[in-house]
Write a protein that binds this ligand. Structure first.
Ligand SMILES: Cc1cc2nc3c(=O)[nH]c(=O)nc-3n(C[C@H](O)[C@H](O)[C@H](O)COP(=O)(O)OP(=O)(O)OC[C@H]3O[C@@H](n4cnc5c(N)ncnc54)[C@H](O)[C@@H]3O)c2cc1C
Length: 414
């Protein structure tokens, strides 16, 4: 029977980071990483539209933790030990330079996720981590004298023993693993998708596909959730950072509503109703003879403006000086409170995650070790934590992987 100090189950971002950290923390630590699929790091490859949004330039743990709809409290202490500046340093000291985009997202300067994959694979080999692909962990059994016995599938499968095991199997598709972890005493919070875009059937929304509004605010009635930021029109509805953030914060409530709910959109940034009406009054004085339809305000794309003007009942060549008080109020209302009915969701192609997973109350975030099964650790998306879009999900994977790797290496020291 093969014996290892550390067995990492799952060859994603968190599993690789943990395996490398364990091997580099204690060079005599025998580490095996098993990946069920044909290729490790497959999500890293497709992440960020193939560019891999590695982390975010938010370097203050408290501010950083607020970007996690689930797991913020537990991650706060974890970020005080390994946060985005450590991620940047980790990759840069291993030859992968990162750059920051204006919205804070950080990518490799090559704009290729391959740079991250090559770095992780190189580090794993150099530090002596054994990697087996097409090799899944099928059964776990705690040994009476401590340590674990694991049944592995695949050509190089069979039974192996390890002192410590890390479960880094990502989002929840595997009912068998959930049952195994439940049998070992863990609570699994029901998984539901996070980071999705909204389906809206109104023809006019779909006709505007491709347009973007930089400063919108979106909110859901009945749930006190609001998000500000860019909104994009797509051929099925609405997307963009503000929509994705709303989907993350509302992931559970929106699933309970079967993704059918009324969405309220404010198109005119921070302006209040009073300010909008004052701007209209200025237009009356400065441009009395111009057609309302042809003079978009609030930096809105002209086709959206035309649509809002028409939906407020202002047609054709209506001039600013002829705009009635009632029509002005109607247009202000559309700018401040357009109501749209959401009728479904689509996963966002650049990033999505599941919320739900192993209950955080049962995990010690100093070591990522289970509080109910000594020697069993967790990292990454398998846990009930997830971030909004912007590099926060990988950061959670690097942080929890690093903490688990350190703890497992130290915990198996002779
Ligand atoms: C399309 C897409 C793009 C994304 N882009 C970004 C981005 O740019 N930035 C960002 O921060 N986040 C992004 N994310 C989210 C990010 O990819 C995840 O949060 C992150 O990959 C989680 O890492 P993980 O190691 O926990 O899980 P995963 O990366 O899912 O890895 C888990 C691995 O475990 C393997 N496995 C499962 N069960 C077993 C088993 N029983 N035995 C052996 N192996 C097993 C799986 O095959 C998988 O390879 C994106 C997600 C998607 C889907």
């Amino acid at each position: 029977m093969e014996n290892f100090d550390v067995l990492v189950v799952g060859g994603g971002a968190s599993g690789y980071f943990a395996a490398i950290t364990a091997a580099q923390t204690r060079p005599d630590c025998r580490v095996l990483l098993v990946e069920r699929g044909p290729q490790p790091l497959s999500k890293v490859r497709i992440s960020g539209g193939g560019r891999c949004n590695v982390t975010h330039s938010c370097f203050e743990p408290r501010a950083l933790s607020t970007r996690y709809p689930r797991g913020a409290r537990a991650l706060l202490s974890a970020f005080s030990r390994f946060q985005p500046s450590d991620t940047v340093q980790w990759f840069e000291s291993r030859g992968v330079k990162l750059k920051t985009e204006p919205d804070g997202r950080m990518f490799p300067t090559t704009d290729r996720s391959e740079s991250i994959i090559e770095c992780l694979e190189r580090e794993a080999v150099a530090s002596g981590v054994q990697v087996r692909v097409r090799c899944g962990a099928e059964e776990l059994r705690a040994l009476s004298g401590g340590g674990w016995e694991v049944l592995l599938s695949g050509v190089r499968g069979g039974t192996v023993q390890a002192n410590r095991i890390l479960i880094a199997t990502g989002g929840w598709r595997d009912g068998t693993l959930a049952s195994m972890l439940k049998m070992l005493g863990h609570d699994i919070i029901a998984p539901v998708p996070s980071l999705f875009t909204f389906h809206i059937n109104d023809g006019w929304v779909r006709e505007l596909s491709g347009l973007a509004v930089a400063k919108a605010e979106v909110g859901i009635q009945g749930i006190t959730l609001r998000e500000k930021g860019p909104v994009l029109f797509t051929h099925w509805g609405l997307s963009g950072p503000a929509i994705l953030r709303l989907s993350a914060w509302g992931a559970r409530e929106l699933q309970e509503r079967d993704y059918h709910f009324p969405l309220r959109v404010r198109w005119c940034g921070e302006h209040s109703e009073q300010q909008v009406l004052e701007i209209f009054q200025e237009m009356r004085l400065q441009h009395p003879g111009k057609a309302v339809t042809n003079t978009p305000l609030f930096a809105l794309p002209s086709r959206l403006w035309e649509r809002l003007v028409a939906s407020a009942g202002v047609f054709g060549e209506e001039r600013w000086n002829r705009l009635t008080k009632q029509a002005a109020l109607g247009l202000a209302d559309k700018l401040l409170r357009t109501e749209l009915q959401v009728t479904g969701k689509s996963m966002h192609k650049d990033e999505f995650v599941t919320c739900g997973g192993v209950s955080l109350r049962q995990v010690d975030f100093k070591t990522m070790e289970s509080r109910v099964c000594p020697g069993l650790h967790f990292a990454g998306e398998v846990l009930d934590l997830d971030g909004i879009t912007g590099g926060f999900n990988f950061q959670a994977a690097w942080t929890t992987g690093w903490l688990a790797g350190q703890a497992m290496a130290r915990g198996t020291a002779a």
